[in-house]
Ligand binder design. Structure first.
Ligand code: DC
Length: 226
């Protein structure tokens, strides 16, 4: 099997991980894996079944009914397939964001998804983003980046993004949800969001997208032939 390279990008909700990782993947010719989308698919499945995200008995009972596949279209966009159904658009709601954060705390859920994530990295050069990529999923990743920004900056960016799409957005509400998810994602027992020992922290609070891309390319270029 040819040698593959992997780049792990972890960080809190709204730090710009997916925007940055997607663009970098395109520029470097890497496969982009959005692992948050996988947890969102799990949350969406149990939501359809009427199982609450903290109901571990319900989750344990029905988890074998869930089949998840990741597919890529010609443009390299990741699609989430849940029991044969493309749910890529359905998982992008605030409600599913919160439920994914809660459901991802269960060990049974994380274990089920581990090999799926690792398998992609065995056969492709990947940029994978999430919360535990550098610490748990790909501890031997060639480059580990921890992308962050203050909660206020992240909430403002999210607000602007929604308003630009013509959707309603309440900054205070968004900030509250971001802080809640930060707390849940960093305080769970299994694979919490934290800085890996060998991870490089990049604070994007005062950088625009081009600035972040340039900084990440510099960091990556020091470790991987580009
Ligand atoms: O990146 P995102 O906002 O789409 O992720 C949704 C939730 O999924 C997030 O709040 C926590 C969980 N998640 C996780 O626990 N581990 C990952 N590697 C990715 C996401």
């Amino acid at each position: 099997m040819p040698k593959t390279y992997s780049i792990a990008i972890d960080g809190p909700a709204g730090a710009g991980k997916s925007t940055i990782a997607k663009r970098l993947a395109k520029e470097l010719g890497y496969c982009y894996v959005d692992t948050g989308a996988i947890y969102r698919t799990v949350a969406y499945f149990f939501d359809l079944w009427g199982v609450a995200p903290k109901d571990i008995d319900g989750i344990t009972r029905y988890i074998d009914e869930l089949n998840i596949a990741i597919e890529y279209d010609e443009e390299g966009t990741q699609h989430m397939i849940m029991n044969g159904m493309d749910v890529t658009a359905d998982i992008r709601t605030q409600e599913i964001s919160q439920k994914a954060s809660l459901i991802s705390a269960h060990a049974i859920v994380r274990e089920m998804l581990l090999d799926m994530q690792r398998d992609v990295a065995k056969t492709h050069n990947v940029i994978m983003d999430g919360r535990d990529i550098g610490t748990v999923v790909l501890p031997k990743a060639n480059v580990k980046i921890f992308l962050t920004a203050s909660a206020e900056v992240r909430a403002q960016r999210r607000t602007d993004e929604l308003l630009a799409k013509g959707q309603k957005a309440n900054y205070n509400q968004i900030l509250k949800e971001i802080q809640q998810r930060d707390y849940q994602d960093t305080h769970r027992e299994v694979a919490p969001l934290k800085l890996a020992r060998d991870s490089i922290k990049v604070d994007t609070s005062n950088l625009d997208i081009d600035g972040v891309i340039a900084e990440l390319k510099r960091i990556i270029g020091e470790k991987i032939p580009l």
